[in-house]
Ligand binder design. Structure first.
Ligand code: CA
Length: 233
């Protein structure tokens, strides 16, 4: 095993398949993380910043499609290989449209899966795909997303996990209008008792942390009747 094993997240709810995949991948020297449902997968991604994801589509709760979309909306670019029992063409198209890189239909051979994983990892290294955004320069403020801090020339503000997620989403759609509904869906995931007012309150709090003049924001602007936009020059 190398000093820096590649991290692979397996998102799968079938115990026997989890067992086989975990065993096979660990034998190959990969560091393996298991998520049996979508929310857990998202948490692992945020915590571990993995190198690759194996993603089942039929999961309890959040579907594999939603997991894929969320990971891409959070601006992570590691390869995602979809594993599914379905083999309909429409699923392949949908899967690849939402940002998956490859697709394997169950049952599949372990050797073929390993070959595809290696190919994807090589490719993502070769093209050195963009890493998730860790720093964002909102002059004179630097947003350190990894350590959840807004660094002003004279002070630092701690950011909450939600604020970091909010910034990541807005940064992934920088200079585009983002509706409150899009934020509710992608940042709050329609949690109970949230509404567009929740979004406004959080945006306002976030502004006070990242803007020099929160009442006259330079970066996180309101688009009346539309929503918000993170303006990055
Ligand atoms: Ca399943």
């Amino acid at each position: 095993m190398s000093d820096n094993p590649k991290k692979i997240v397996i998102v799968e709810d079938e115990p026997s398949l989890i067992f086989t995949l975990q065993d096979t991948l660990e034998n190959e020297g990969y560091e393996v993380f298991i998520a049996e449902e979508g929310e857990q997968a998202i948490e692992i991604v945020k915590k571990e910043n993995p190198d690759l994801m194996l993603l089942d589509l039929m999961l309890p709760g959040m579907s594999g499609y939603e997991v894929c979309k969320k990971v891409r909306n959070m601006t992570y670019t590691f390869p995602i290989i979809i594993l599914t029992a379905r083999d309909q063409e429409i699923d392949k198209v949908t899967g690849l449209n939402i940002g998956a890189d490859d697709y394997m239909t169950k049952p599949f051979g372990v050797k073929e899966l390993l070959a595809r994983i290696q190919a994807r990892l090589r490719r993502s290294e070769t093209y050195s795909k963009a890493k998730p955004i860790n720093d964002l320069e909102l002059d004179p403020v630097t947003i350190d997303l990894k350590n959840a801090k807004a660094i002003h020339p004279e002070e630092e503000n701690e950011l909450t996990t939600r604020e970091v997620e909010l910034i990541r989403y807005l940064a992934a759609h920088a200079n585009e209008p983002v509706s409150r509904d899009a934020l509710l869906e992608n940042v709050w995931r329609y949690e109970h008792s949230t509404n567009t007012r929740t979004v406004d309150v959080h945006i306002s709090k976030l502004r006070s942390k990242i803007e020099e003049h929160p009442d006259d924001p330079r970066y996180l602007v309101t688009l009346h009747g539309v929503g918000y936009m993170l303006k990055i020059e």
